[in-house]
Design a protein around this ligand. Structure first.
Ligand SMILES: CC(=O)SCCNC(=O)CCNC(=O)[C@H](O)C(C)(C)COP(=O)(O)OP(=O)(O)OC[C@H]1O[C@@H](n2cnc3c(N)ncnc32)[C@H](O)[C@@H]1OP(=O)(O)O
Ligand SMILES: O=C([O-])CC(=O)C(=O)O
Length: 371
């Protein structure tokens, strides 16, 4: 075979899609024709949900209808909570999420229906229930009291409320919503690819999302946001950040939150938006030093390695100041990305070609077992 080989499928086109595209040259993340950053500044997460599911930005009444549909699906199977309680206490939060999503599949009566309507309804159910697994999965597992969803709060407000147990202020909700928008969809990252590969066998949406959770857990992908915050806490101060990062670079360790397969030598536009959000929430919380530490780290990496921050670098301290426990940062990323993954599964099911690549065989040949 003389087909070109690219390790890690770097720069390989894996799918045709009408969902999103990273236009790196023009520094634009295109979401069904719109610029993701413009959506984050001028619209809400539920608008993006409508855009990705229906193909067009919803009007205000349509957005309300989407929110009503989501709230009507807040009910959660008690049996699944019991299952999550049976996992070893303090299990990894992404493992709890993976198990929870896998388990709720069997309670969806339309699980095996791949029609557009059924897939759409499953996406709505997942969007309603995944935040609850994020917020209550660890509580039930740690034998803590659960926080019930509140229908009087917005979808986003309720999600943050269920995580922290506190009703968010307008500013907190706005910043959290912006983070959900920037995390919502990003073309063909490893997790979305994993989901599309699974969906391409005509497997179901829950299974595809479960695979995406496993992919997102890794620190080269979504797991980086938790690692960033651990690093910032370990550094403790502006001087500490310099010393810690320089030490890591000398030991040839990777610094989480920097670099990106697609934006390697350019800034991730989403990181810049979260940097602005960090400045805002740091001022509200009187934590300007955290913002300064991050900026020092950003400048150091540009100077020393020519590397730029990715979204996880600035989303991590934003989540920290919003009062989200560090071990929920990656689960929150997955909850935000659920809409993107579901849109890709729907697209894959509707225009399917089984993924089945080949290999460059480097092993031995012509061996024979002894008789
Ligand atoms: C929202 C998201 O999921 S974004 C990704 C989140 N993940 C992270 O932040 C983890 C840290 N970053 C990384 O590990 C990488 O930048 C990745 C995995 C994101 C992309 O990696 P790849 O496209 O495979 O790039 P690759 O690993 O080949 O790196 C190219 C060069 O940059 C260096 N490099 C890349 N990222 C980093 C980093 N974070 N710290 C230090 N060096 C780095 C590599 O060591 C390599 O250098 P070399 O050519 O001298 O060996
Ligand atoms: O695109 C990628 O490879 C990773 C990423 O930034 C994301 O999933 O948001």
């Amino acid at each position: 075979m003389s087909v070109p080989y690219s390790a890690g499928l770097e720069n390989v086109i894996a799918s045709e899609t009408g969902i999103s595209y990273l236009d790196v040259d023009n520094e634009e993340i295109v979401l069904r024709g719109y610029d993701l950053l413009e959506l984050a500044k001028r619209r809400t997460y539920l608008d993006v949900v409508g855009l990705l599911l229906d193909g067009a930005l919803p009007t205000p009444p349509q957005r309300t209808a989407i929110e009503e549909k989501l709230k009507s699906e807040y009910g959660f199977p008690q049996e699944v909570l019991t299952m999550l309680q049976m996992l070893p206490i303090n299990a990894n939060r992404m493992d709890i999420l993976r198990t929870g999503i896998s388990a709720i599949a069997s309670y969806d009566l339309e699980l095996e229906d791949r029609s557009h309507g059924a897939n759409y309804r499953k996406a709505i159910r997942l969007l309603a229930k995944v935040p609850q697994i994020v917020a209550n999965g660890f509580r039930v597992n740690a034998r803590l009291p659960l926080v019930e969803p509140r229908g009087d709060l917005s979808y986003t407000g309720n999600f943050l409320y269920m995580i922290t147990g506190l009703e968010p202020t307008e500013t907190e909700e706005k910043i959290f919503d912006q983070s959900l928008v920037v995390y919502s969809e990003h073309e063909m990252p490893n997790s979305t690819f994993a989901a599309r590969v699974i969906a391409s066998t005509q497997s179901d949406m829950y299974g595809a999302l479960t695979g995406a959770v496993a992919s997102l857990k890794g620190t080269l992908h979504g797991g980086a946001n938790e690692a960033v915050m651990q690093m910032l806490l370990e550094a403790g101060s502006a001087d500490g950040v310099e010393a810690l990062m320089l030490g890591k670079l000398q030991r040839k360790e990777r610094i989480m939150g920097f670099g990106h397969r697609v934006y390697m030598k350019k800034a991730d536009p989403r990181a810049l938006l979260m940097k602005e959000a960090l400045a805002e929430i740091a001022e509200v919380r009187n934590r300007a030093e955290l913002y300064e530490m991050c900026v020092i780290g950003e400048e150091l990496m540009r100077r020393e390695k020519g590397l730029y921050p990715n979204l996880d670098y600035y989303a991590a301290p934003v989540y920290y100041l919003l009062g989200i426990p560090i071990e929920l940062f990656t689960p929150v990323f997955l909850a935000a990305r659920t809409i993107g993954v579901c849109a890709h599964v729907i697209e894959q099911h509707e225009n399917n070609r089984l993924f089945r690549p080949r290999v460059l065989y480097r092993g031995p040949r012509n061996l024979h077992p002894d008789n």
